[in-house]
Design a protein around this ligand. Structure first.
Ligand SMILES: Cc1ncc(COP(=O)(O)O)c(C=O)c1O
Length: 447
């Protein structure tokens, strides 16, 4: 049983002696300690083996929306441990029904895996099979995972792909509506959604045969690219474009679902219904489980006699299924979607206050508790400052707040995505730490 954790509290280092030894055992020096090694975790806090307590501002990479080690999730896993830890359970059927209802895809077919990458991986196979078309569209800046199919879809950073190619053929990357740093160099709203028009007016008329495209894979909010929220009309326009060309719309909700943006699904902000929804990360609060949820008719139409098209040894893992039911109960009972929206608005307002006094901050954007703070060295020209972003994270870590920075097109944004249970008091502590960390880096950069 974990005792009550409070923090942030730095008592040794970081790293302290125990962590320093662990890092040394894998050839990493003390300077390489930037993500807490966990001894125990609870709520928004993680305690490392030396007793340092960090506030986890990224929810273990958007996994623990309900907070680390939520008692109801732990209880559900413990209950399942005594019954069965392997093979499909009755509860997986009711979970499939819940997911079908949540995604609006019922009657749906659910394919289980353990990681978001694998949900994408299967979706590529499924949409090709369902449509008989080989092509797949995704977006510049997107992150869909690290297995070969998911990597092929991703357009996050060349370093992801360097040396691993050739990647999957038939994948085309289009410009996303990342308006802060528009890939087409335009300004919204004057652009009239030029990035959307680009697909039909340029790509489909030059290098992509529209009738050979099976699906468009899209993140509702482009996450690791820097948490870009598309402007009104963009997702709806994408849906209409798909309908015009018989293309399926796949929403990669691996990062955005389960209350993260203030709704059960990111797409709920736009009222757009995809044909396929990909889930993972927060679905089971840390027990590995992911899902590709698709309209049942999609595969039935080509498969009158179902055949094992995506067999895996560990499909609907009972521990993951039990944890997922409990996670969905907690999100519903503790009103975590609403809390995400309310606390998100509070933290966004506080971050915008910081922006007034910190030249390093170029933009604050996002939905609910999925926020990005763009780090620049010239606000007017939005000049990326990845070095400062890394150093702000390091300063915050020294003070007991774990945050990291990510981004595409050379930019870097701080990822502000705490567990949805974070309180305003805890947010105030975070803001103080970020304020000090930004000041320290600004002083050293002469800003
Ligand atoms: C939108 C999106 N899809 C897929 C993935 C891959 O998930 P996993 O790391 O569980 O394979 C991620 C991970 O960050 C993601 O953000």
């Amino acid at each position: 049983m974990v005792g009550h954790l409070s923090g942030p509290r730095i008592v040794a280092g970081p790293p302290g002696p125990k962590v320093e030894r662990l890092l040394a055992s894998v050839g990493v020096g003390p300077g390489g300690y930037s993500s807490p090694i966990v001894d125990t975790a609870q709520g928004v806090y993680v305690r490392d083996p030396d007793g340092n307590v960090f506030l986890d501002l990224i929810s273990g990479r958007c996994v623990v929306n309900t907070g680390h080690n939520h008692p109801r999730v732990v209880e559900a896993v413990r209950g399942q441990l005594g019954r069965s830890i392997h093979w499909q359970t009755e509860q997986s059927f009711s979970l499939a029904e819940r997911l079908a209802e949540m995604t609006g895809l019922g009657p749906a077919q659910v394919y289980w895996s353990q990681a978001g990458s694998m949900a994408n991986e299967f979706a590529v196979k499924a949409v090709r099979r369902a449509t008989g078309r080989p092509g797949v569209i995704s977006f510049m800046g997107s992150y869909h995972g690290s297995s070969m199919g998911a990597l092929s879809l991703s357009g996050y950073d060349p370093s992801m792909k360097r040396g691993y190619g050739p990647t999957l053929p038939g994948v085309y990357h289009m410009p996303y509506a990342s308006c802060y740093r528009c890939p087409l160099g335009q300004e919204h709203p004057g652009c009239s959604l030029a990035c959307l028009e680009y697909i039909e007016d340029y790509a489909f008329r030059s290098y992509v045969p529209a009738d050979e495209v099976a699906a468009i894979f899209v993140e509702p909010v482009q996450g690791d690219a820097g948490w870009h929220v598309p402007p009104p009309g963009w997702h709806r326009g994408l849906r209409e474009l798909c309908d015009r060309h018989g293309i399926l719309l796949v929403a990669d909700e691996v990062q955005t679902a389960f209350g993260r943006t203030g709704r059960w699904l990111g797409m709920d902000h736009w009222g757009v219904q995809p044909d396929v929804v990909l889930l993972g990360k927060a679905m089971a609060s840390g027990v590995p489980l992911s899902a590709c949820v698709l309209r049942r008719d999609l595969l039935e139409s080509t498969d009158p006699e179902p055949i094992p098209i995506h067999a895996q040894s560990f499909s609907a893992s009972p521990l993951g299924v039990a944890a997922a039911h409990a996670t969905m109960d907690v999100i519903r009972d503790e009103r975590l979607c609403e809390r995400s929206e309310e606390t998100g608005a509070y933290i966004k307002a506080r971050l915008l206050e910081l922006m007034d006094s910190h030249p390093l901050i170029g933009d604050v954007r996002g939905l609910g508790l999925l926020l990005g703070v763009e780090v620049v060295n010239d606000r007017e020209r939005k000049t990326p400052n990845p070095e400062a972003a890394t150093r702000v994270c390091a300063e915050a870590f020294r003070r007991g707040v774990f945050v990291l920075s990510m981004g595409s097109y050379g930019g870097r944004a701080l990822r502000i995505a705490p567990p949805l249970i974070i309180t305003e008091e805890q947010v105030d502590t975070v803001i103080e730490v970020l304020d000090e960390s930004l000041k320290a880096v600004e002083r050293s950069q002469g800003l």
